[in-house]
Design a protein around this ligand. Structure first.
Ligand code: FO1
Length: 314
């Protein structure tokens, strides 16, 4: 099973999926468009969110970072006059030190990610969409902002008028990405923001083409329920970018490679409009309230792909 994944929503979905499918049979293709280099350290927030969630380390309330982490280093930096608007816990900082050391030694991001995944005892394969530099840039009324300035520093309050993926044209899929997409029995698109989480993955030349080339079309899970995003600015972005704030817009954004879209019962009335886009609509309770709900949403996506889970560990 190959899964296109952003941050928190995707991580929770994957947490449900690995209760149904052996972790070793799952390959995540992760977003690197929100990566940043504070203090010269390479931070891959979406990949770390997936990693920490699957390792059982994540701070469940926030959805990112490590549960119970202290921030002594950051507080000291602030005391010494650093701005430090991007919150980095001490243990999380250790992750970025370990990653950056590998990158400085010449390892590609995919190799560093594999080593860190293994070190945390996570059996899922996590592939960054690309090893090359790709950064999400947002056009706003105040000018163009890099992703974390928009998202964290300015609390995603700016209207997003356009999106650009800096470096995407020259980026190549990381080793294993195209093979995973071609060879998977099932490709799933996690309930992530289509513009800023899945968009940067699809912007890597060759990835969208590989999805289109599959005989068994991908199955997505809508991140939009009842006109709202499960989390983050997806609904507002749909509006400011000229789309309806509904799963119909999600179906339209993915229609060239998507076979089915899992939507929430609250949106059952939109099924016909989704099917008019050429995408089958599968209605379920799609809100991941707790661990069982994560598993049930993953089960609905697998079933929509015609794949019966093997009844893995509870
Ligand atoms: N999100 C915030 O809202 N504020 C932060 O200071 C912040 C720090 C941070 C550090 C490491 C990490 O892995 C994630 C972090 N996030 C933070 C979350 C992250 O910026 C976003 O959730 C994703 O990039 C969007 O998918």
């Amino acid at each position: 099973v190959a899964v296109l994944a952003g941050g928190v929503g995707a991580a929770r979905f994957l947490h449900g999926l690995v209760r149904l499918v052996p972790a070793a049979d799952v390959t995540v293709i992760g977003n690197v468009g929100d990566d940043l280099e504070p203090y010269g350290l390479h931070v891959s927030p979406d990949i770390d969110t997936v990693l920490y969630t699957l390792a059982g380390l994540v701070d469940d309330e926030r959805g990112w970072g490590i549960r119970g982490d202290s921030a002594t280093a950051l507080e000291q930096a602030r005391a010494l006059g650093a701005e430090a608007w991007f919150w980095l816990g001490d243990r999380d900082l250790g992750m970025h030190l370990a990653r950056t050391e590998r990158l400085r030694a010449g390892e590609p991001l995919s190799a560093a990610t594999a080593a860190l995944t293994h070190a945390l005892g996570v059996e899922v394969t996590i592939l960054p969409a690309t090893d090359d530099r790709l950064r999400t840039m947002l056009a706003t009324p105040d000018g163009e902002l890099d992703f974390q300035t928009y998202y964290v520093r300015r609390q995603h309050r700016d209207d997003v008028l356009g999106i650009r993926f800096d470096g995407a044209d020259e980026a190549r899929p990381a080793p294993g990405v195209l093979a995973a997409l071609a060879g998977a029995d099932v490709v799933l698109v996690a309930p992530s923001n289509p513009f800023i989480s899945i968009g940067p993955i699809l912007a890597v030349p060759g990835i969208r083409e590989a999805l289109r080339a599959r005989a068994a079309r991908a199955v997505g899970v809508s991140p939009i329920v009842a006109g709202r995003a499960l989390r983050g600015p997806a609904a507002a972005m749909l509006r400011t970018l000229g789309h309806a704030q509904t799963p119909v817009a999600v179906a339209r954004l993915y229609r060239d490679f998507l076979g089915a879209l899992v939507i929430d019962e609250a949106d059952a009335g939109l099924a016909a409009a989704i099917e008019a886009e050429g995408v089958r609509a599968v209605v379920t309770d799609a809100v991941m309230r707790d661990a069982d709900a994560r598993r049930d949403v993953a089960a609905a996506a697998l079933a929509a792909a015609g794949f019966a889970p093997v009844g893995h560990a509870p």
